[in-house]
Ligand binder design. Structure first.
Ligand SMILES: Cc1cc2nc3c(=O)[nH]c(=O)nc-3n(C[C@H](O)[C@H](O)[C@H](O)COP(=O)(O)O)c2cc1C
Length: 161
């Protein structure tokens, strides 16, 4: 064990990793989608999830104005759309339309539920905490949806496309 720079430690410990999408409406109610590697479950009862959103993202504006978000666990067939949502900004385009993700209205503020995903988890934002150049938004799970027959897209799958 040797003391070293955190820049050498991170590539070794962060992967393999899961990824998610977060769908959050902007101030006009138009849903935006962001690809996320930084998310976690944070409570057993009630079940809660947290997502970490960079302050430069359009999603940060959306999350700051919103009371809800949909945390989406994408399936392997959604890989191209996940790359798009992680490389283009909602300031430039409507990513729900550009990805062609099929969807139906959920139960929280008509948030889009992505049909091809493994899971959709509708959350009500209950608290947030600033973390350097990101803010962690914590959501309490209100509704959840599952496709039992789909395989989860992993971070490593994105390197293959
Ligand atoms: C695999 C992957 C993981 C990412 N994880 C995060 C993350 O956890 N938090 C974050 O703020 N941005 C993350 N990003 C970057 C955003 O997805 C990206 O900047 C996106 O274009 C922001 O869109 P927006 O401006 O519409 O919010 C990730 C990107 C990729 C490709």
């Amino acid at each position: 064990m040797q003391r070293t720079d955190i820049g050498r430690v991170l590539p070794k410990i962060l992967h393999p990793a899961k990824i998610t999408l977060a769908v959050c409406p902007d101030k006009n109610g138009i849903p935006n989608i962001i690809t996320l590697e930084w998310f976690m479950r944070t409570s057993i009862n009630p079940v809660m999830f947290a997502v970490s959103i960079g302050h430069s993202r359009y999603s940060y504006e959306c999350f700051s104005d919103s009371e809800v978000f949909n945390l989406v666990y994408p399936s392997k067939e959604m890989a191209a759309g996940v790359v798009l949502c992680g490389s283009k900004s909602g300031r430039e385009m409507n990513k729900l339309i550009e990805t062609g993700f099929e969807h139906f209205p959920g139960r929280l503020a008509n948030l889009p539920i992505l049909k091809q995903a493994v899971a959709n988890i509708e959350c009500k934002i209950v608290t947030q905490v600033k973390s350097g150049d990101h803010t962690i938004f914590v959501g309490e799970v209100k509704h959840s949806y599952l496709n039992d027959d789909k395989d989860l897209l992993l971070y490593e799958d994105l390197q293959k496309i």
